[in-house]
Design a protein around this ligand. Structure first.
Ligand code: NAP
Ligand code: ZN
Ligand code: ZN
Length: 483
């Protein structure tokens, strides 16, 4: 993370620089005598500074509560706010955090108007420190509209709370959902949008109550960063179905800072440890990162419907999700059949574990398998004829949709009626099941087949994804973000 705030230098142009403050302190009588004039000047400074204005009432209230004179605090605030190099939108104000003074803080806060400019924001000093802003500038890649290309962007991450883990992101997988959302294909995108929910990185900082990780460990984050934690879904470990609305890793309302959550196309993320995951040491970190979405999204329904030995199981589409579906179905012992529109993927399908591969737009091949499947997992991202796959199911067979094409599917009633068939859906997985999946992958040495890309290649990667030209997951090497 980059430091979001510099010390006051007293350089020309800073109306309340160190020199100014020294003069003010030296001439306290003059300051008091000219209180009305100073207040006028201060008001002008504050009027120039929206951050100051937003924080002033909070700071005054904090000072009154602590029986401090608010004026020095306001002077310090004005000084600090006026040297901020860049002001990200939505500066947060958190009155709950306290911490000890650290190296890097202003050396003598009592002589700095009661305000400490630290690495992590602006703190009021009254023996302890109470935080008034959190400003962690973080490099990211974002889109600003449904048709804009990706570009460098700065976002704000919060200072870790007691239960938070700050993660320096090493790798982030590229999911087709990132594309759907970046281009507003599901009609729910808010901009700027920083996608990415297959996050793997190194722990850079932990809150005082964190038990799962220490600095330097590998940690992962998937599609969820928070939920209510109290509803029946959350209590059952299905946070993705939180009845009060889960907080998704990006394009959700941020429960801490307000505004939006921003995803893994960035250099760092701060997440409550309850929403972090441990990655088995034996797994290649880059190959493991897409397990956080592609892995769990296919593992979960295959487990829920008890896919295994003695069953004929179809996986539709050999992309990011599909190739993990093939790997898991084969690992669970099912007779695994890949349906693909790409003849070039037949060999890969078999290498990944499929017993048979069907070219889905070859009617003859499809007819040979009609009515023979126990279970089919449909991972297709675009318009396709679902009736053709329902026709593959046998009595009481089930087709589960995980693919999420933007347009409604057209389903013939007769696809369901004869002989009795089931159609269902599934959404990622909760935290306990995601950890279970990672541990399973650790024991069976399963990772994703990936192609590493640089952050700067993301637009091209999206175009290739649309052409079904992914083998079989793009993973962004986040070191490239610094280039
Ligand atoms: P992907 O890597 O682009 O793979 C999609 C695959 O679908 C393609 O490789 C292609 O495989 C097949 N396909 C594409 N267009 C097709 C068409 N018109 N007709 C038939 N097949 C077609 O995408 P992904 O990341 O795996 O994601 C797939 C879908 O799942 C997306 O809609 C995504 O949003 C959704 N998703 C859902 C969840 C969830 O929780 N439910 C989680 C993650 C993603 P072939 O070349 O083999 O035909
Ligand atoms: Zn995803
Ligand atoms: Zn809940």
């Amino acid at each position: 993370m980059t430091e979001g705030r510099r010390r006051c230098t007293g350089a020309p142009g800073h109306r309340w620089g160190t020199d100014s403050l020294a003069k003010l302190r030296a001439g306290r009588a003059a300051l008091l005598g000219g209180l009305i004039g100073v207040s006028g000047a201060l008001a002008a400074v504050l009027a120039n500074d929206i951050v100051c204005l937003a924080m002033t009432p909070v700071l005054i209230e904090g000072c009154i509560r602590r029986r401090l004179n608010p004026l020095p605090c306001l002077l310090g605030l004005a000084c600090a706010a006026n040297v901020a190099p860049a002001r990200p939108p939505g500066v947060s104000i958190d009155r709950g955090s306290t911490r000890e003074r650290r190296a890097g803080d202003d050396p003598d806060p009592s002589r700095r108007g009661g305000v400490v400019v630290g690495m992590d924001g602006l703190w009021a000093y009254d023996g302890t420190l109470t935080c008034y802003t959190h400003r962690m500038g973080t490099r990211a890649y974002a889109v600003t509209s449904d048709s804009s290309p990706f570009g460098a962007h700065s976002i704000t991450r919060r200072e870790p709370t007691a239960t938070d883990v700050a993660i320096e992101i090493l790798y982030c997988g590229v999911c087709h959902s990132d594309l759907h959302i970046a281009r507003n294909e599901w009609g729910m995108t808010q901009y700027p949008c920083v996608p990415g929910h297959e996050i793997l990185g190194r722990v850079a900082n932990v809150g005082s109550d964190v038990t799962k990780f220490k600095v330097g460990d590998i940690a992962a984050v998937g599609c969820l960063v928070d939920s209510c934690r109290t509803c029946s879904s959350c209590e059952q470990g299905m946070e993705q179905f939180c009845l009060n609305g889960p907080t998704m890793t990006y394009n959700s309302e941020d429960r801490h800072l307000g505004g939006l959550t921003y995803g893994g196309y960035s250099e760092a993320v701060v997440v409550d440890e309850a929403f972090t995951l441990k990655v088995p040491d034996n797994l290649d970190p880059a190959g493991a990162s897409p397990l956080l979405c592609a892995g769990i999204t296919t593992y979960s329904p295959l487990r829920k419907w008890n896919v295994g030995h003695g069953q004929k199981v179809g996986i539709v589409g050999l992309g990011g999700l599909g190739h993990m579906g093939v790997k898991f179905a084969a690992a669970f012992g099912a007779h695994t059949v890949l349906f693909t529109t790409s003849p070039s993927k037949v060999e890969d399908g078999k290498r990944l574990g499929a017993n048979e591969v069907i070219i889905s737009n070859d009617e003859q091949q499809m007819n040979q398998h009609a009515g023979s499947f126990d279970f089919i997992l449909d991972t297709v991202s675009a318009d396709h004829d679902i009736n053709a796959y329902m026709a593959m199911l046998k009595l009481d067979g089930t087709l589960v949709l995980v693919g999420a094409p933007p347009n409604p599917l057209q389903l013939s009633a007769f696809s369901m009626l004869f002989p009795r068939k089931h159609l269902s859906g599934s959404l990622i997985g909760g935290l306990p099941e995601t950890q279970e999946m990672l541990d399973y992958c650790g024991r069976h040495n399963i990772v994703c087949d990936i192609e590493r890309i640089k952050m700067q290649q993301i637009d091209e990667a999206y175009e290739r994804m649309l052409r079904s030209d992914v083998k079989y997951r793009f993973v962004i090497d986040m070191a490239s973000l610094k280039e």
